[in-house]
Design a protein around this ligand. Structure first.
Ligand code: 4AD
Ligand code: MG
Length: 464
């Protein structure tokens, strides 16, 4: 067995205890006095631990050839550190080299600062860097906190499918999944591709959202959520769009928009607090290297009340702002990211829960308000990134729902099972989707969602 570096640095072993650690060399320097100082990391915490190797070790010559990312197994004694930095270090009894780095001069991840774009091009090696290591621990901390939050509140985690026939958002941004042989593609009598001949006997896609599926469980289990990968074939090359991203989608029965607006606020505060408490090492790094306010803004969000604002009032604010926007503002338009950012960053300076959007720019399942013009929808807009949550109260009234389907030229047949939920014991219910990468980007201050998911999928890029 071996000890995680995090445990050794946290003082879980006494001074003069013997421990084994295993990891990778970050840096090494030799002193004239016949000592080699090796910084070893194993991913368990932000800091590497310093290993001091003396020239009395049998393989000392090998040790002085260690370069960044060589893998080592070290047996040694825990000591109080003389130098500045860590309080504890390891005095080596043995340093076994497990794997050398061939040709260190051309090793792509040599210990210097690389641009974030360069790291993206080496997605298989970038986990070894400080910055991606820190992102990875924060990402893990956030997903654990999400599950904990819902578990503590009595929600059930529902595994919704990835393969589906439904276009939840109705935006036509779905990846088709097919086993048809494109060279010998079957056609129906109109000459169209005959998906009845395909694996599922029906045209099938990767899901854009687990919402419709999770609603079925909501209509029996009351409080549920799904947390999984979702896919969007939208051709947006922006810093906040991925073709494959993870989404957290709670769905609550006997609830209205105000209930889930509060749930969204509570969830965000809960996970921000978890990160501040559990990962101060990584957050200190982000505050130092990525965004000066990484920690302070989370602290202030945790202690603030989110502003609730009506879409109609937001349009008014934007029009009166005197700002020149690329996309002109008038009632009925969808808010673009420049509008969202103006409102969250300049007007309020904190997250906003924007509510009651025009029905024409929103999905078919959202509940129509009494004004017949707007729906009970909400977006949570965060400074620095814009929309991180989209949600709504769902239309639970069958007659109103059917009228909306007809208005939008959608067939009752395609939504037969979804309509059943309104036919058999319908209840008011509401939910939302939190984009997990946008959450990680917001927490860390990272500018691009491509750098907070291990293997980003974007137009033209599905390497690795
Ligand atoms: O607003 P969206 O499209 O809402 C839904 O999918 C609903 N069915 C959710 C629900 O009510 N259960 O997406 C929700 C969130 C967005 O606010 C955003 O954070 C994220 O998902 N998102 C993306 N993240 C990364 N890349 C993309 N292409 C994204 N599209 C949406
Ligand atoms: Mg949205």
């Amino acid at each position: 067995t071996y000890a995680p570096v995090a445990d050794v640095l946290a003082g879980k072993y006494g001074v003069d205890d013997t421990v084994t650690i295993k990891g990778w060399v970050r840096t090494r320097r030799d002193s004239k006095a016949g000592l080699s100082f090796i910084n070893v990391h194993d991913g368990s915490c932000f800091d590497p631990i310093q290993v001091v190797a003396m020239n009395s070790l049998a393989n000392y010559e090998d040790i002085t050839k260690l370069t960044t990312s060589c893998s080592v197994s070290v047996v040694g004694t825990v000591k109080a550190s003389q130098g500045q930095g860590q309080a504890l270090e390891i005095e080596a009894q043995s340093v076994e080299v497990l794997g050398w780095v061939e040709n260190p001069d051309t090793y792509p991840m040599a210990a210097k600062r690389h641009s974030i774009e360069y790291l993206r091009e080496h997605a298989h090696l970038r986990p070894r860097t400080n910055i991606i290591g820190a992102v990875t621990r924060i990402r893990n901390c956030l997903s654990q906190a999400v599950h904990r939050f819902f578990h503590e509140q009595g929600y059930f985690w529902i595994s919704t499918p990835i393969l589906t026939a439904s276009d939840t958002e109705g935006a036509g941004e779905m990846f088709r999944v097919s086993t048809l042989d494109m060279m010998n593609i079957p056609r129906d009598d109109k000459g169209l591709v005959d998906y009845k001949e395909d694996f599922f006997g029906k045209e099938t896609f990767l899901t854009v959202s687990g919402q419709l599926n999770v609603e079925t469980y909501c209509a029996a289990m009351s409080k549920v959520y799904t947390f999984g990968p979702t896919f969007r074939a939208e051709n947006s090359n922006t810093s906040r769009h991925l073709a494959e991203f993870w989404m957290i989608e709670p769905e609550v029965a006997f609830a209205d928009l105000a209930t889930v607006a509060q749930l969204a606020e509570d969830l965000l505060k809960y996970v921000f607090k978890a990160v501040l408490e559990e990962r101060p090492d990584d957050m200190a790094f982000f505050a130092q290297r990525v965004n000066k306010e990484a920690i302070t803004r989370l602290e202030s969000v945790v202690n603030s009340e989110f502003v609730r604002m009506d879409y109609t009032d937001a349009i008014d604010i934007l029009q009166k702002s005197g700002k020149k926007f690329e996309f002109p503002v008038e009632w009925g338009v969808d808010l673009s990211s420049e509008h969202e950012r103006y409102l969250a960053e300049e007007h309020v300076g904190a997250p906003i829960i924007m509510q009651n959007y025009p029905k024409d720019i929103k999905a078919f399942y959202m509940r129509i308000n009494d004004d017949n013009k707007t729906v009970a929808a909400m977006d949570v807009l965060a400074p620095g990134i814009g929309e991180i949550i989209g949600g709504s109260q769902r239309e639970e009234r069958l007659d109103v729902f059917d009228r909306r389907l007809a208005e939008m030229d959608l067939s009752q047949e395609d939504y037969a099972w979804y309509r059943d939920l309104r036919r058999y014991g319908t209840v008011p219910h509401a939910g939302f989707g939190l984009g997990f990468e946008r959450l990680v980007a917001y927490v860390t201050g990272m500018q691009n969602v491509r750098d907070v998911i291990p293997f980003p999928r974007t137009p033209g890029n599905a390497q690795y």
